[in-house]
Ligand binder design. Structure first.
Ligand SMILES: Nc1ncnc2c1ncn2[C@@H]1O[C@H](COP(=O)(O)OP(=O)(O)OP(=O)(O)O)[C@@H](O)[C@H]1O
Ligand SMILES: [Mg+2]
Length: 489
């Protein structure tokens, strides 16, 4: 536990013992492990400490005081997650010092920017890991994502595994929760990216200032050195407030004043994006099948990451072109039909508005928006989602989206309150597959059909069971039923 701040010195016996493993989940503890007990959001980790000892843990480390009469050594540390982070780095022999890690933070665009950055690294011939919301990638293997940013222990383990595979670069989404909790405490980032900051997650952080303070930690280098490179959105007022350590090289991307890496001559249409990237030394064209001007920012950020690794413009442009889609983020289902079908994860009124605005910006003739509201979740957003869809679309198809234990018709009724304030043409169909069929049938050349809410999800949660359900597969089936067909590239 070298470097970990303790509230009381270790007993001589304990300081001579080496842990056989570390864990914060008592179910995985084996003989000789050191167990970390956190004050969890759902259960107090101390409840699990006894279980861990029962499974052979040598001791418990925690910022909480030992329960009365605890039957095993209890190491009281100043900060539980920081202690885990430092111990995990030591246990795995600091792989993050040898792996070049890119950390991406911000309210929106983290997942997209990480896919783009990973594509550039792979275009440069690197074996990579990518860690984020949708899934984790480890040198070509796909692992399910547990958290957008995993616990430090899982991160270091992934990095160690990447190193064993001959990998050299990792890209990860760094959520503000992870920063505030200390999941990336002490981690060495080569490159840190800040996409933007808008209102979100204030239930956790309290105020925008605190939300921002969490983001700032990525650049100050909490518990470790600051990143060698800082990549920031110059057009975002919060990014401009970031304080950068002197040794950190900054690249400012954007379209406005004061940028070092800029996009010029932007073409945005249903085929994708094309623009020139210009920095002090060079200019190069990039082309991407990703849609919507929002992605200009994500692509610029990824290009900057490529520049921070010294890659050539050709390599960077090749990587950008090779990133064909980000699962469930304005993802196109293209079977060669004369209208667009996009699947998007938007499941709040604000996200719906944004997604529909992207479709408008692409020159859609009409926009047909399909959406539903989740059951057993915030009811107040249902009429707001209805209103957002109705006010901004030319037709709305109201359906189900994970109704869970609620009656799908009752959920739809709540959404209808917002839709009925407008006179938008409306179809109501609780069965999502039938609804997708209906929405696509309505489309005429030049229209955009937005299938909102599920994005990359591949299931639908019903009252008594969870069924396989993938908007992209269902839409593809419908299009093929109409005789469209395109061979995958
Ligand atoms: N640079 C951007 N600026 C504003 N909005 C964006 C940007 N990039 C993506 N978005 C919007 O945010 C949505 C989520 O994008 P993405 O998954 O890349 O972000 P994220 O930061 O990983 O989000 P989450 O915190 O939900 O994982 C997209 O569907 C898009 O509508
Ligand atoms: Mg994400």
């Amino acid at each position: 536990m070298s470097g970990v701040r303790l509230r009381a010195p270790l007993s001589p016996l304990l300081s001579q013992m080496d842990a056989q493993g570390l864990d914060y989940d008592s179910r995985r503890v084996q003989a000789g492990f050191l167990f970390f007990a956190f004050p969890g959001s759902r259960a107090d980790g101390r409840q699990f400490a006894l279980d861990a000892i029962g499974r052979g843990a040598m001791a418990v480390a925690s910022a909480l005081p030992a329960p009365e009469g605890f039957p095993a050594p209890w190491i009281e540390v100043e900060h539980g997650r920081q202690a885990l982070a430092l111990s995990a780095r030591n246990f795995y022999h600091r792989p993050d010092e040898r792996i070049a890690v890119t950390g991406i933070t911000g309210t929106n665009g983290k997942t997209t920017t990480s896919y783009l950055t990973d594509a550039i690294l792979r275009a440069a011939g690197k074996t990579t890991a990518m860690i984020g919301t949708i899934e984790y990638h480890l040198g070509g293997r796909v692992l399910p994502a547990v958290n957008t940013t995993p616990e430090s222990l899982d991160l270091e383990r992934l990095f160690a595994e990447l190193e064993r595979m001959g990998g050299s670069h990792a890209v990860m989404e760094v959520s503000s929760h992870a920063l505030a909790l200390g999941r990336v405490y002490g981690l060495n980032f080569h490159t840190a990216i800040f996409t933007n900051l808008t209102r979100d997650h204030l239930d956790f952080h309290g105020t925008m200032e605190e939300y921002f303070a969490a983001k700032q930690l990525l650049f100050s280098g909490a518990g470790g050195p600051p990143p060698a490179w800082a990549i920031l959105n110059r057009d975002d007022e919060w990014c401009r407030r970031v304080e950068l350590p002197r040794e950190c090289e900054a690249l400012w991307f954007g379209l406005g004043q004061g940028v070092t890496v800029r996009a010029r001559h932007i073409t945005s249409n249903l085929q994708g994006l094309r623009f020139e990237v210009q920095n002090r030394k060079e200019r190069f064209m990039v082309e991407s099948p990703l849609l919507g001007k929002i992605n200009v920012y994500n692509i610029l950020a990824a290009c900057c990451a490529g520049l921070s690794y010294g890659f050539t413009p050709e390599t960077i442009a090749a990587g950008i072109a090779q990133c064909r889609a980000v699962p469930g983020r304005f993802e196109r289902v293209d079977e060669g039909q004369p209208f667009a079908v996009v699947v998007d994860y938007a499941h709040t009124d604000d996200a719906l508005k944004n997604t529909i605005a992207v479709a408008r910006g692409l020159g859609a003739k009409r926009i047909i928006t399909l959406f539903g509201c989740g059951g057993d979740r915030d009811r107040t957003k249902r009429p707001l989602m209805g209103k957002a869809a109705a006010e901004n679309s030319d037709m709305v198809v109201l359906t189900s989206d994970n109704p869970r234990s609620e009656d799908p018709l009752a959920i739809m009724n709540d959404a209808l309150v917002g839709i009925r304030r407008t006179d938008v043409p409306l179809a109501i169909e609780p069965d999502r597959a039938t609804a997708i069929d209906r929405a696509i049938k309505e489309a005429r050349p030049g229209d955009v059909v937005i299938l909102a809410g599920k994005g990359h999800e591949t299931y639908q949660v019903l009252k008594d069971k969870t069924i396989d359900f993938d908007d992209r597969e269902v839409a593809r089936g419908v299009l093929r039923g109409f005789g469209y067909h395109r061979e995958p590239k």
